[in-house]
Ligand binder design. Sequence first.
Ligand SMILES: [Mg+2]
Length: 279
Amino acid sequence: MNAMMNRSLLPFFVIGLLACNPPKAVVVAPPVAYAPSVIPDPEAELSQMGVDAVLWQSTSAEVYWIYQQAYAHAKEKLAKNLATESAKPAAVVVDIDETVLDNSPYQVGAIRNARTFDQADWKVWTDKASAAASPGALDFLLHTKSLGCEVFYITNRDIRERASTLKNLNDLGFPFADEAHLLLMDGASDKTERRANVSATHRIVLMVGDQLRDFDERFKDRAANYGKGVVDAMADSLSNYFILLPNPMYGTYRDAIQGKESDAERLRRTEEWFQRNGK
Ligand SMILES: [Mg+2]
C-alpha cells in the first residue's frame, strides 16, 4: 500500500481494530458524600451519627403508632381539663415541628448531603410548605375545635417563615392556622413569654410538643442527671397538662451533650461523652 492508500484506509483500519478489541467500559464512581477515612469532616461525621434517629422517626411503624397513641391520650386529657369551669375561653397550645408537622424528609436530605442543621437549608425546606401532618395531629386539633376550644401554635420557626408555615398548615386543613394563632420565634427560643401572652386571654388546658421545653423553660437545665430531676419535680403538672411526642433527631437532650458550638467541637464533645460513659 502506498502512502495515499494508507491514509484513506486508516479509519477503516481503526474501526476494524476496535471491533476486534472493544475498549473496556469506563466505570465512573458516584461522588462520595461521606468518606471520613479519606478526609476528616466533622460535619459529615455528625450527620452520619443521626442515621438511626432519622430512620426511626421517618420510617418506623413504632413512631407512626406512638404519635397516634399520644394524640388519643391528648383527647382524654382535654376532656378532663375542659370539665373545669373558667371565665376565660379555653385553648390548646401546640408546638409545630415534630408535633403537628413532620420534617423528617428535611433530616433525610441533610444526611444524604452529609450536612448538619443549617438555617439556610432549613428555610429552603420550609419555603416548600410541603411537610406532612404528624400522625393523629390533624384529627386531634379538629376535635379540639369541635369542643369549642381554640388552638395556638407556638413554634421556634423564625418570623420569616410565617407565610410558608401558614400555607403548610392551611393546605393540610389545620384549624386556627392564622396570624393571630401563630406565635413564631422573634429572637429568643424561650417560649415562656409567648405562653404568657396566650394565658393573658385564654385558659391553657393542654399543651403538646416534642420537647419538654415546649411545656416549661425549666427543662432547659440538663446540668444534673440530664434534667431528669426536673421531670420528677414537675411530674404532676406534666401528667395533667402536657403530651410529649418522640423526637430523637435533635433537641435539648442532644445540645446538653454536644453544646451548640462548631461541628468540630460538637463532635469532640460527643466522642468525649462516649469515652467517659462506655463500659
Ligand atoms: Mg418541635
